[in-house]
Design a protein around this ligand. Structure first.
Ligand SMILES: *[C@@H]1O[C@H](CO)[C@@H](O)[C@H](O)[C@H]1NC(C)=O
Ligand SMILES: *[C@@H]1O[C@H](CO)[C@@H](O)[C@H](O)[C@H]1NC(C)=O
Ligand SMILES: [Cu+2]
Length: 170
């Protein structure tokens, strides 16, 4: 039994190494705030675009948390309200119409930075954690759609900005 679990651990370590090897981490973000929540994001380049790996803890069990890439950086005082609106280079939310992101049938209705609108909210486990990995075909590390020089914000269900952090090149 012990041998089997050792073998499984070795396999898991080997595949984690292989995954890390084929797509180097290009940027990270550490989100902190006063809410007792912390989150870590890793971004790497893949053939399909950008791979996003998220982990968070300190969330309220089973609660949903929207989160986005925001336009401006978090200032030294940590004020999440200073990060401005969502990253939106296509100016989707400046059309005068109420914003509604429909990722399934109309991806062009979603702001580039509306990660929870496109990929789903953070839904906390019974122990207040969340982990996810997904590919985003539009995010980039340079050009119009770059995520560098911007920040990440996690909101409460009612929209309050709970924690935030800057996306920094690795
Ligand atoms: C999107 O537009 C709405 C309505 O104009 C505005 O209230 C909201 O703050 C905008 N969102 C962002 C993140 O810019
Ligand atoms: C994400 O959470 C917000 C706030 O609770 C909610 O309005 C929205 O419907 C949720 N989205 C999904 C896809 O469940
Ligand atoms: Cu936001």
């Amino acid at each position: 039994m012990k041998l089997i679990s050792l073998a499984i651990a070795a396999l898991a370590a080997a595949s984690a190494y292989a995954a890390g090897d084929s797509s180097a981490i290009m940027a990270t973000a550490d989100l902190k705030g006063t809410a007792g929540i912390s989150a870590h994001f890793e971004f790497s380049e893949t053939d399909a675009g950008v791979s996003v790996t998220v982990s968070a803890k300190g969330l309220a069990p089973r609660q949903q948390y929207p989160y986005h890439i925001h336009q401006k950086l978090v200032p030294a005082n940590g004020d999440c309200t200073a990060t401005g609106g969502h990253l939106d280079p296509d100016r989707i939310n400046v059309s005068g119409k109420p914003y509604k992101c429909d990722p399934m049938s109309a991806a062009e209705t979603c702001e580039l930075g509306d990660l929870s609108g496109i990929h789903g909210n953070m839904t906390a486990s019974n122990s207040g954690t969340f982990a996810a990995q997904y590919e985003d075909s539009l995010l980039a590390f340079s050009g119009t759609n770059t995520i560098l020089g911007h920040s990440l914000v996690i909101h409460s269900a009612s929209g309050v900005r709970l924690v935030c952090g800057n996306i920094v090149a690795d």
